[in-house]
Design a protein around this ligand. Structure first.
Ligand code: AKB
Length: 317
């Protein structure tokens, strides 16, 4: 039986992943953890963990005899640019703490399977932007992207050198409605729905034609769990897998919203996040993920827009 620890459980991915894992493995086998006392999880097990505190992680892993860790705590691209040293420390030391623990436990005959999220931010301005290959130039220009590329190399290193069973996905921008996004460049594609549903025009911080790879949360959760459930022998990549959902730009997204809400308007006021977005791919080649563990996205733009418009809860001002 698996015992699963999700660190960063109160974040955008964590909050939905915990629910999906609890449905699959039973709530008693999933431990949600985050740095704050606040638990989103009612009846589920919750522990306070700062991912920079290696001893505390080891204590919780030992307490529940954890067999899988999802390490999701991170500073994203836009927030990371405001606090580069903090982003580097959190993103790198957080990962290293987990990989080291997995190495030590593996050597003691108590293996720990690890999931860690990479991102399209690991690519950069000299990466081929369309249908970006799995193996290509990677010259990230944000501290977040640099930490993701370094993290990918660490994952492969711990697998090759110590046999740590670590698995990773280069997430596109994730669109979701359950918990607010935190400090990403792709977050315009969530904020736009909140404006649309409030009956307000949306002022977009990216230019109209800035196409980016995106994925709807149910597909992202499905990809994550499928990768973790895949037999180790099927996996040819231990850095991080390209995974494609769909690609669109702000103009196309606004047009799809307008089909449902004809009065909706968008204006463009690009800021520093435009340069970040312009350095990222527009679409990804995910053939390796398809071949190795049967990945295939299900959700297209029309379904995503209709579902978001149905489910986004508008915050009261
Ligand atoms: C961000 O925009 O920083 C994230 C990402 C693409 O990793 N959503």
């Amino acid at each position: 039986m698996e015992k699963i620890l999700v660190i960063g459980a109160n974040g955008q991915i964590g909050s939905e992943l915990v629910e999906a894992l609890a449905n699959q493995h039973g709530a008693a086998n999933v431990i949600a953890a985050d740095i704050t006392q606040n638990s989103l999880y009612g009846a589920a097990i919750y522990e306070v963990i700062d991912v920079l505190n290696a001893e505390r992680i080891a204590e919780v892993v030992e307490k529940y005899e954890v067999t899988q860790v999802y390490q999701l705590a991170a500073l994203l691209s836009a927030t990371g640019e405001k606090a580069p040293l903090k982003a580097w420390e959190l993103n790198m030391d957080g990962l290293l703490n987990i990989l080291e623990l997995a190495r030590i436990r593996g050597e003691a005959g108590k293996p720990l399977k690890v999931f860690w999220p990479s991102s399209i931010a690991a690519f950069g301005p000299n990466t081929p932007a369309v249908n970006t290959p799995q193996y290509t130039v990677m010259d990230p220009s944000t501290i977040y992207g640099i930490s993701k590329l370094a993290g990918e190399r660490l994952c492969e290193y711990y697998f090759e050198k110590y046999g740590v069973d670590v698995r990773s996905i280069r997430y596109p921008g994730i669109i979701s409605f359950k918990s607010p996004p935190g400090g990403g460049t792709t977050d315009y594609a969530i904020a736009i729905f909140h404006s649309a549903l409030r009956g307000e025009a949306y002022s977009c911080f990216l230019e109209a034609e800035t196409t980016l790879p995106m994925i709807y949360m149910p597909d992202a959760i499905h990809a994550t769990i499928s990768l973790m459930d895949a037999p180790a022998t099927k996996l040819s990549i231990r850095s991080s897998y390209n995974v494609a959902g769909l690609s669109f730009n702000p103009r196309e997204l606004a047009a799809a919203i307008k089909q449902n809400l004809p009065a909706f308007e968008i204006h463009y006021a690009p800021d520093s996040r435009q340069a970040i977005a312009a350095s990222w791919p527009q679409s990804l080649d995910d053939n390796q993920a398809r071949a190795d563990w049967g990945w295939q996205a299900k959700v297209g733009l029309q379904h995503l827009v209709e579902d978001m418009l149905k489910n986004v809860r508008i915050e009261t001002k």
